[in-house]
Design a protein. Structure first.
Length: 260
């Protein structure tokens, strides 16, 4: 088992170091080490619901949740100039808080810390627009607008929570950008997603069709398991973190070969 894991880590590190257009696709599993339950893992929210069990408890209060080492490893790859884009299904704001640049990120299911304008698609924190949740509620698209709630500072359009609820359309700009990166990548890392929620999950299929090397690191099966070149059913930190640690040496070796 150890040798298999080592080979997986080596392969992943080599793919990352040699990539020309690296894209990460993240799901709830990347945030479990921060204390947030996932949805379809062995003890996930939907897994327990389907078994007639109560929701899993958070490992810590929401106010104490911080980006974990896997979030920071993506930032490391960003700073090395290797990571080109992150497509995320998460609404927990941990990617932005980790230091990932907003232009490098498509949050296809929105962000619980942001409001979005229905008119011009601009995003704001609730503080920036003076949105009082106790007075105007969460501001979901299906909620009735209330008198006096803040409009968009840019176009005076209606502000709503950027979180995409069931039945809501995905943010068009983010989906378009994510689709372009999925079609252009030569390596895609799927980190902690069961890949059953579409249309977001379908972008993994786009990368596969484009000929990219795709690695899935997730506890629990996915519909794409038989179609990808690398599959690890372990915790993300067990594979991704040691792989990223090996990348600088591989990049240095590649540059020495190129210059020699």
């Amino acid at each position: 088992m150890t040798s298999d894991l080592d080979r997986t880590i080596d392969t992943l590190a080599r793919w990352i170091a040699e990539s020309r257009h690296l894209v990460a696709f993240t799901g709830a599993g990347i945030s479990t080490d921060s204390g947030i339950p996932d949805f379809r893992g062995p003890d996930g929210v939907w897994t327990r619901r389907d078994a007639g069990l109560p929701p899993p408890r958070w490992k810590k209060p929401s106010s104490q949740v911080e980006p974990n080492a896997s979030h920071m490893a993506l930032v490391t790859l960003q700073e090395m100039g290797i990571l080109r884009f992150v497509i995320s299904q998460n609404t927990d704001d941990l990617h932005r808080r980790s230091g990932l640049r907003p232009e490098m990120l498509a949050e296809l299911h929105g962000n619980g810390a942001l409001m979005r304008c229905l008119g011009c698609d601009a995003r704001y924190t609730r503080v920036e627009v003076g949105w009082d949740r106790e007075k105007w509620g969460p501001g979901y698209r299906t909620d009735r607008p209330l008198r006096g709630q803040p409009p968009c500072p840019n176009c005076r359009g209606r502000l709503i929570s950027s979180v995409v609820n069931f039945g809501d359309p995905l943010p068009e700009r983010d989906l378009r950008t994510a689709s372009a990166h999925a079609a252009s990548c030569d390596v895609m890392l799927v980190l902690g997603s069961s890949l059953v929620v579409n249309p977001a999950a379908a972008l993994v299929g786009v990368a596969i069709e484009a000929g990219a090397n795709v690695a899935i690191i997730n506890r629990g099966e996915t519909p794409y398991d038989g179609l990808v070149q690398l599959r690890a059913e372990v915790g993300i930190a067990e594979v991704f973190l040691p792989a990223v640690e090996r990348v600088p040496a591989l990049v240095g070796r590649k540059r020495r070969r190129a210059s020699g």
